[in-house]
Design a protein around this ligand. Structure first.
Ligand SMILES: [Zn+2]
Ligand SMILES: [Zn+2]
Length: 321
């Protein structure tokens, strides 16, 4: 018996692809969009958030733009999470919808279930619709799984970035960063891999306590992140969320050197679920506001700050060095 659910998924995609293309034909094409971004010369005031969702705490598209306005964010990589693993479900179509309404603010990424047999053709369709990368890749599948490799290889072919949530442990995502990330970096030189979340940031230190996703205290120099970012210029670090802030703030003496050594590969990002830049609906705090203050205090060189706030994000997006 034919798999009806697969059939309907495919026909929906084809129909929605045709609809979106027709709706947006006057507004953009992938080629025009890439050109426009390439030409943009980053200003000091530019702030690109490399990690933002829409449906966080039921936030609407308009609430998400309100968050960007309140935090001085000019553009954001808006990342879907189609399978909802981890608690937030956001469809790639919703991100494309936000891009059509706010083409100057939203840089649309796509993400779809890598366990489905049509994953690669869906991603190619999202590419044609104007998506600029994959992420957030966050499914309960270990990093060395061939299906993870297949989407990394497709990003390599499409000249795209991919944002990966690294979290070791039984209920984690892309487990195995210490053993299984470097082989991909050796094999795929074009894709930009953007590292995010707890196990990524635990590896800022050479000493990674097993089972502790938010280690505190002094960082032991010589960690995996310094080594891999030093060896592979297509590897980027996403500073967003509690994991990024915890890693940067646990040992400020170390952090100064870490930001300096990797200044071309560090991306400002928030992953913030709030609506107003003040955490009205989130513990009274905003990841974006908190991180901006911290980075302005830690980085005195204006050019280095512009790299972290915007230029590196454009490099990761476009594959330029
Ligand atoms: Zn996220
Ligand atoms: Zn916020």
């Amino acid at each position: 018996m034919p798999d009806r659910s697969m059939f309907s998924r495919r026909s929906f995609l084809v129909k929605s692809a045709a609809g979106l293309t027709a709706m947006s034909a006057m507004r953009f094409s992938p080629a025009d969009d890439a050109e426009a971004t390439d030409d943009a010369s980053p200003q000091d005031s530019q702030l690109i958030d490399c990690h933002l969702h829409i449906n966080h705490f039921d936030r609407s598209i308009e609430d998400t733009i309100r968050h960007m306005d309140a935090t001085g964010t000019t553009q954001a990589f808006v990342l879907p999470l189609e399978t909802g693993e981890g608690g937030v479900t956001l469809h790639s179509e919703t991100v494309l919808h936000s891009f059509i309404n706010y083409p100057d603010r939203v840089i649309p990424f796509c993400q779809t279930d890598i366990r489905q047999p049509d994953v690669l053709e869906r991603i190619r369709a999202y590419h044609l619709l104007g998506c600029r990368g994959i992420g957030e890749q966050k499914e309960h599948v270990p990093l060395k799984d061939k299906r993870v490799e297949a989407v990394i290889a497709l990003c390599d072919e499409l000249n795209w970035p991919i944002t990966i949530h690294f979290q070791d442990g039984d209920n984690g995502y892309n487990q195995g960063i210490q053993e299984d990330l470097e082989p991909y970096l050796k094999r795929y030189k074009q894709v930009r891999i953007i590292g995010h979340a707890q196990s990524w940031w635990a590896n800022i230190s050479a000493d990674v306590p097993e089972g502790d996703l938010y280690p505190t205290g002094p960082v032991k120099p010589g960690g995996l992140l310094d080594r891999l970012m030093g060896d592979y210029p297509n590897l980027y670090a996403d500073l967003s969320a509690g994991s990024g802030f915890n890693a940067l703030s646990r040992d400020e003496d170390f952090t100064g050197g870490f930001l300096e050594r990797n200044r071309k590969q560090i991306l400002f990002g928030s992953d913030c679920p709030c609506r107003d830049g003040e955490g009205e609906n989130f513990k009274g705090m905003c990841y974006s506001t908190q991180l901006q203050k911290f980075l302005r205090r830690m980085i005195s060189d204006e050019d280095a700050l512009a790299d972290v706030f915007a230029n590196n994000a454009l490099r990761a997006l476009n594959g330029t060095t």
